[in-house]
Design a protein around this ligand. Structure first.
Ligand SMILES: NC(=O)c1ccc[n+]([C@@H]2O[C@H](COP(=O)([O-])OP(=O)(O)OC[C@H]3O[C@@H](n4cnc5c(N)ncnc54)[C@H](OP(=O)(O)O)[C@@H]3O)[C@@H](O)[C@H]2O)c1
Length: 368
């Protein structure tokens, strides 16, 4: 064999990305060893198998995408055939595994978690339907998923709750989120509870809704305080948890700044070049009556619980971002990406104008 071909072999051996090293061997909390292979990206294998309940939702799609890019095999439980189709091309062949499920069917839940070493529960609803009220999804459903996961011997469970989860909240959504957390912890002691603030991103119900229905964000004279957080930051936190030991704690993920709805209305109006809404602030009783009447139709419209939530400041809990190794980004960094579509054609590429940030609440003595 010539010296040049030997040199080429040596060079290939050095450059070979797929070779395994000692650090590729990971021992899961269940003591099961797994071996990763290849560089991160398409065709990589981390050796982890993850189930994401609620994968078909807003946060779910970004989590599945991040997990798939790492080379993790993802089980995606779905209810509607069409709702999971966009997730399939996020990974290599066989990496994204759809499985039909019903939140009331324990056998199907057990099938979905059978081979996983970590299970995420992102299932939640911000409005009640005829078939599922808040309790059946966020309390009974959450408990059932956690219990079956524990019984199946899966070592790690991550439950996504809400920053404002509180047993004493006036909102049924926040109340059931708090109750759900307790029921999950009762059946899966080491569960990690994630409490994100209101999420913004392409499919959000925050910036999009403000752009379309500014009138409903003027409730409470738009003085309600909110701590919006980028959906990508929360998805990154969840994806990082796959590689960290079970946290067994509650992790609050509020956005980095506390803002008012008034500021968000100004932000969306400035970025979209739409004139600020001149609609008056609707009194609470009227808004509740309208929301109640809107429940007569079969598609989701403003619900009475949503009206109540518009009057509740986001919890003043400190963020646990340092624990999870992610720095949350400010809403101004990303907002244009999500609201540019509301600009008219002639304004589409005009420069971004930001309204002045309100003075920090401690300076004006607001607090919660
Ligand atoms: N979005 C926010 O601003 C925000 C803020 C804080 C916390 N969270 C929490 O974060 C989690 C994810 O939020 P998201 O915005 O991604 O929610 P989302 O877009 O509404 O998605 C909810 C997910 O839950 C599933 N789901 C709802 N009801 C179900 C039921 N009865 N049976 C089975 N699956 C059901 C949905 O499945 P289908 O597609 O089949 O309907 C979907 O996959 C939720 O727990 C939410 O409460 C959200």
């Amino acid at each position: 064999m010539s010296a040049s071909s030997n040199l080429l072999r040596l060079q290939r051996a050095i450059n070979y990305q797929g070779k395994r090293a000692y650090h590729d061997l990971v021992t899961l909390p269940s003591k099961k060893p797994i071996i990763s292979q290849g560089p991160p990206g398409y065709s990589a294998v981390t050796g982890h198998v993850v189930t994401v309940f609620g994968c078909t939702g807003f946060l779910g799609r970004y989590l599945v995408s991040k997990l798939a890019r790492q080379g993790t095999q993802v089980i995606i439980p779905y209810r509607d055939e069409d709702e999971k189709r966009h997730l399939k091309p996020m990974g290599d062949l066989g990496q994204i595994v759809p499985m039909e499920w019903d939140i009331r069917n324990e056998n199907q839940i057990a099938e979905c978690v059978r081979h996983s070493d970590i299970v995420f529960n992102l299932v939640g609803r911000d409005y009640a339907t005829k078939s599922f009220d808040f309790t059946s999804v966020q309390v009974d459903g959450a408990e059932r998923i956690a219990r079956v996961t524990a019984q199946s011997g899966v070592p790690r469970f991550v439950h996504v709750s809400h920053l404002n989860a509180s047993a004493t909240s006036l909102s049924k959504l926040y109340q059931t989120k708090a109750e759900g957390e307790e029921r999950v912890k009762a059946v899966f002691k080491e569960a990690t509870i994630i409490r994100p603030g209101p999420l913004y991103g392409y499919e959000d119900k925050l910036l999009n809704n403000i752009a379309i229905w500014p009138i409903w964000w003027k409730l409470n004279d738009a003085k309600t305080m909110t701590r919006p957080v980028h959906v990508m930051d929360v998805a990154q936190v969840l994806a990082n948890l796959v590689h960290s030991p079970q946290q067994g704690r509650t992790i609050a993920l509020p956005g980095p700044s506390t803002l008012t709805y008034e500021y968000l209305l100004d932000l969306v109006s400035s970025l979209t070049y739409q004139p600020p809404s001149r609609a008056p602030a609707v009194p609470k009783a009227v808004a509740l009556a309208v929301a109640k009447a809107a429940q007569a139709v079969w598609w989701p419209l403003l619900s009475p619980d949503e009206v109540i939530r518009r009057y509740i400041n986001d919890a003043d809990t400190p963020g646990d971002w340092d624990v999870v190794g992610v720095t949350p980004s400010e809403i101004e960094q990303h907002a244009i990406q999500y609201v540019r579509r509301y600009r008219s054609a002639e304004n589409f590429s005009r420069p971004n104008i930001f309204p002045p940030r309100p003075i920090a609440e401690e300076e004006v003595g607001l607090g919660f």
